[in-house]
Design a protein around this ligand. Structure first.
Ligand code: NDP
Length: 252
C-alpha cells in the first residue's frame, strides 16, 4: 500500500522558482500542506495564491537559508501554523561556474554558503520535527537536491560539483543514522532541467554551452523532478528510495 500525501506537512526550500516551486505545487495538489521558503516573497505569495485557488494549503515563509536563525524561525512557524513537518525537500541552491584562473572567491563562497551551509541549516531546523513525526506517524522524509554534477565532470563547475558531491555523500551518511529512527533520507541528482538556475551563470563558455544545450536537447521540466519526489515520498514506510538520478533522455 502507498502512503497518501494528503495530510502530510511538507517544507520546500528554494520554492520561489524551478524544482522547488513545481514540487510545492504537486505536493499541495496531492493534499499535503506545504510551507514554501525562499527570499523572493512576491514569488512565494503568488505560489501560495495559486495553491489556494486549487483548493490546497500553503504557507509562505521568507528566509535566506544561509541565515540559520531565520530558518529556525521558519521551522517554528511551520510547527505552529501547519503542524509537525514530516517532509523536507531541501532544495535551495545556486550554480555559479567560473574559470579557476579568475579566482572568483566570491562565487566559490556563495555556492558553499547556500548549497552546503544553507542545506545544513535546514537540516538543523527541521530534523527535530522529522524525528517527532516519524515517532508519531511511523515515517518522515528528508530529501536533498544534489545534481548529476556530483558524479560527472563539467569544466568550470568545480565548486558547484564539489558542493553537490557533498550533498550526495552527506545524504547517504545521514540516511544511515536517521533511517534507524524512521526518517527516510533521499538524494535527487538531476541532469539539466529548464529553470532559472542557468540565468545566474556569467562565465561566457558556460553560458555558450548551456545556451547550445537548451537549443539542441529536450531537457527536463521542473515538474518531472517533482514527480520523482512525490513518488518516493508516497512509497510504503519500509521503502527508502535513497538515490534518484533523473536525466534528460538525450543527455549523456
Ligand atoms: P532556480 O534558480 O529556479 O531555483 C533556485 C531556488 O533556490 C529559488 O527558489 C531561490 O529562491 C532559492 N535560493 C537561492 N538562494 C537562496 C538562499 N540564499 N536562501 C533561500 N533560497 C535560496 O533553480 P532550480 O530549481 O534549478 O534549482 C533547485 C535545485 O536544483 C538547486 O539545488 C540546483 O543546484 C539543483 N539542480 C538544478 C538543475 C538544473 O538543471 N536546473 C540540475 C541539477 C540540480 P530566491 O532567489 O527567491 O531566494
Amino acid at each position: 500500500t502507498f502512503l497518501p500525501l494528503a495530510g502530510r506537512v511538507a517544507v520546500v526550500t528554494g520554492a520561489s522558482s524551478g524544482l522547488g516551486e513545481a514540487a510545492a505545487e504537486l505536493l499541495a495538489a496531492r493534499g499535503a500542506k506545504v510551507a514554501v521558503i525562499a527570499r523572493r516573497t512576491d514569488r512565494l505569495d503568488a505560489l501560495v495564491e495559486r495553491v489556494a485557488a486549487n483548493g490546497g494549503t500553503a504557507l509562505a515563509l521568507q528566509a535566506d537559508v544561509t541565515d540559520a536563525d531565520a530558518v529556525k524561525a521558519a521551522a517554528a512557524r511551520v510547527e505552529a501554523e501547519l503542524g509537525t513537518a514530516d517532509l523536507l525537500f531541501n532544495n535551495a541552491g545556486v550554480m555559479l561556474p567560473a574559470k579557476i584562473g579568475e579566482v572568483r572567491e566570491d562565487l566559490w563562497r556563495r555556492q558553499v554558503d547556500v548549497n552546503i551551509q544553507g542545506l545544513l541549516n535546514a537540516v538543523a531546523a527541521f530534523t527535530p520535527q522529522l524525528l517527532r513525526a516519524a515517532a508519531e506517524r511511523g515515517v518522515a522524509d528528508l530529501v536533498n537536491t544534489s545534481s548529476i554534477a556530483a558524479q560527472n565532470l563539467f569544466p568550470t563547475f568545480e565548486v558547484y560539483s564539489g558542493t553537490k558531491a557533498f550533498v550526495s555523500h552527506y545524504s547517504r551518511t545521514l540516511r544511515a543514522e536517521l533511517g534507524a529512527q524512521g526518517v527516510r533520507v533521499a538524494v535527487i541528482e538531476p541532469g539539466i532541467v529548464r529553470t532559472e538556475l542557468q540565468a545566474h551563470v556569467t562565465e561566457p563558455d558556460a553560458v555558450d554551452w548551456l545556451t547550445d544545450t537548451f537549443k539542441t536537447m529536450e531537457v527536463l521540466e521542473a515538474g518531472d523532478v517533482a514527480e520523482a519526489l512525490a513518488h518516493l515520498a508516497a512509497l510504503p514506510p519500509r521503502v527508502n528510495l535513497q538515490q534518484v538520478v533523473i536525466m534528460p533522455t538525450t543527455q549523456a
